[in-house]
Ligand binder design. Sequence first.
Ligand SMILES: [Ca+2]
Ligand SMILES: [Ca+2]
Ligand SMILES: [Ca+2]
Length: 178
Amino acid sequence: MSANTIQRQRLEQRFELWDANGDGQVDKSDYEAEARRILSSFSEAETTTKGKAVLDAYRNMWTIAAKSGGIAETGALNPEQFNAASEKSMLDRGEQGFAEVLRPCIAAVANLADEDDDGEVDRDEFARWLNAIGVPNDPAQLFERLDSNKSGTLTTDELVQAVRDYHEGKLDVPLLGR
Ligand SMILES: [Ca+2]
Ligand SMILES: [Ca+2]
Ligand SMILES: [Ca+2]
């Protein structure tokens, strides 16, 4: 199964977002730059436990991308290679692909947002998250939509589903930034 048009557009947007130095390729340093951008938007140092976890998650995501793209970790992926690697590691594998590739990153960012450390993201924490990544959406409305079991908090599962819906074109809010 190959990616449909929306899936492809979303991958292209992600590529542009992640090509931090704009050289037309993504490499490990771009993934690290993206992790640091998220950390700075949450005003979190990369040396804290939560900060380190975000950097590690993004580095791990690069390891998977490089492996799926058939290149060394010190190499770089051009847009075509990046799309192919993303399809192979993530989109073509459905839930399992997302669980392995994106879930650790989403969990690490959710942990950043989780100020009271209760393991879930409540309404205020979610509003702060959207504010940190600069998404101009109504946090309250979006929260209700993502809180599928209506518990009043968002679990990592609910957040992973949101990112998955974004990549499948069912949701227009990129929780990891766009
Ligand atoms: Ca680059
Ligand atoms: Ca919380
Ligand atoms: Ca919930």
